[in-house]
Ligand binder design. Structure first.
Ligand SMILES: Nc1nc2c(ncn2[C@@H]2O[C@H](COP(=O)(O)OP(=O)(O)OP(=O)(O)O)[C@@H](O)[C@H]2O)c(=O)[nH]1
Ligand SMILES: [Mg+2]
Length: 455
């Protein structure tokens, strides 16, 4: 049973123009009727999906003025009877309205419970419900567009198509094995081959670009690294547009790492400013340098800062050598000062792309944005209609691919057909889990538990 009446504040708990309390379940309208008043009408008699002006009350006391909408099952987000109370968006107002709904018989909804009901009632499949959350959490247009498209069922449609094909093949194999007199498997492997290749290709397409897709959606872990005083903290501040980190002419200013998330054009960076790299006797600074190195190892992108008015030294060469196989950009800072470093020469010596910037004047920061976008916003990803950004989906697609490749192996080795169906069924199951079919209750609870309250 998932039809008891639940209620939650569906909007944020910060003062805003409007705040919504949502009530859903069998009996939601009757529950809401006990705490609302609409002139000349009972809530249970209003036209569904129309807005009515009225009041929310707690017994005799009016709590707020509200616009009230009733949505009748199955025409609501949860596919259950739902009432939305559009109140004034004050945290206290909304808490009081919610408390009244609970007093009137509703239960406080768990995080994600509305979406979980939408899933359990068949309104959304699991990948679509997950897309709802991805959409809410989207921090850039790429993530938003991907989530919106998957919410509309773009991924589900491809997955369902694949499952249909797999089922057709297994059904045929099973039927032929059951009834060899009437259904012949002669020439079947040859007929299956091109179809199997097509399925494998489809899964590969879904997986390709998914890693970069995930990075784009989640943000890129980025470390600012370099010797003391080259302007790392100044760069962080310049990119943030605020004086976040302390900047002084004293070498060794930054000790602990400072982390901030910011947007650079269409890319989100989780940026860590670190302590300048150098040998030091200072205990605190030493820990800072270790942390800087740790950050660099964990990062997906390193911005290595040099002071353009000073020559490269051993510390730089060593650090850059260690960053060899990593995504790295060298930023030659302080371009407003007389320059000792020549970008082309540094590039030749280190093999790393260089950019001249000035954290002081802002010169080169636009080029920095372009360079980062070029690396992570491949044209490829942008053009691909469907990018799988969700880690759970990626893992299941990889399992599907493995299973389909095992079918190919059996085919190549001339194995009997019942070998095909075992692996086909495994692929079928993995794909089904993306949609939430046969998903265990634990998994479902875990997924929806990560949702926000009121969604
Ligand atoms: N002229 C000029 N000075 C800069 C520029 N960027 C930073 N500085 C100066 O360089 C000094 C060091 O800057 P920070 O940003 O503290 O350098 P840091 O790399 O964070 O140094 P540590 O935290 O000690 O490792 C300060 O005096 C800054 O004002 C720049 O682009 N041009
Ligand atoms: Mg610093």
């Amino acid at each position: 049973m998932h039809s008891d009446v639940i209620a939650a504040i569906a909007t944020g708990l910060i003062p805003g123009g409007i705040g919504i309390v949502r009530i859903s379940g069998q009996g939601a309208v009757e529950t809401a009727e006990r705490i609302t008043e609409i002139k000349g009408k009972k809530l249970s008699e209003v036209t569904p999906r129309h807005l009515y002006y009225g009041f929310v009350r707690d017994g005799e006391k009016r709590l707020d003025e509200a616009l009230i909408a009733v949505m009748r099952a199955p025409h609501s987000y949860t596919a259950e009877d739902t009432v939305e109370l559009q109140c004034h968006g004050g945290p206290l107002v909304l808490k009081r309205v919610l408390a009244a709904a609970i007093k009137a018989g509703a239960r406080l909804a768990e995080p994600g419970e509305f979406s979980k009901r939408a899933f359990l009632n068949g309104r959304l499949d699991l990948s679509e419900a997950e897309a709802v959350m991805d959409l809410i959490r989207a921090e850039n247009d790429f993530a938003r567009e991907t989530a919106l498209s998957q919410l509309g069922g773009s991924l589900s449609a491809v997955i369902r198509g694949l499952r249909g094909q797999i089922l057709e093949e297994t059904a045929f194999i099973e039927a032929a094995l059951d009834d060899p007199e009437h259904i012949s498997l002669d020439g079947y492997p040859e007929r299956l081959q091109p179809k199997l290749q097509e399925m494998i290709g489809a899964v590969e397409t879904l997986l390709s670009g998914s890693e970069n897709g995930r990075r784009l959606a989640d943000g890129i872990r980025t470390a600012i690294l370099g010797r003391p005083n080259v302007g790392k903290s100044s760069l962080l501040n310049a990119l943030l547009g605020e004086e976040r980190a302390i900047v002084t002419p004293i070498a060794g200013t930054t000790r602990d790492t400072i982390e901030e998330t910011l947007r650079l054009g269409d890319v989100v960076l989780h940026l860590a400013d670190t302590a300048g790299l150098r040998e030091t006797g200072d205990e605190i600074e030493k820990i800072g340098v270790e942390r800087a190195e740790q950050k660099a190892r964990e990062s997906e992108l390193v911005l290595y800062v040099l002071d353009g008015s000073e020559a490269l030294d051993g510390t730089d060469r060593e650090a850059l050598a260690r960053l060899k196989d990593r995504q790295c950009l060298i930023l030659i800072n302080k371009s407003d000062l007389p320059q000792v470093l020549d970008p082309q020469e540094v590039e030749r010596e280190t093999g790393v792309e260089t950019l001249r910037i000035s954290a002081k004047t802002g010169e080169g920061l636009a080029e920095l944005q372009e360079a980062v976008e070029r690396r992570f916003l491949f044209g490829e990803i942008r053009q691909q209609p469907l990018v799988v950004t969700n880690l759970r989906h990626q893992a299941l697609l990889r399992e599907t691919l493995d299973a389909l490749r095992r079918v190919q192996e059996s085919l190549d080795l001339g194995m009997p057909e019942d070998f095909f169906s075992v692996d086909f069924m495994e692929a079928y199951r993995s794909l089904g889990l993306i949609l939430g079919e046969e998903a265990e209750e634990d998994l479902i609870n875990e997924i929806f538990g990560k949702f926000c309250l009121g969604k």
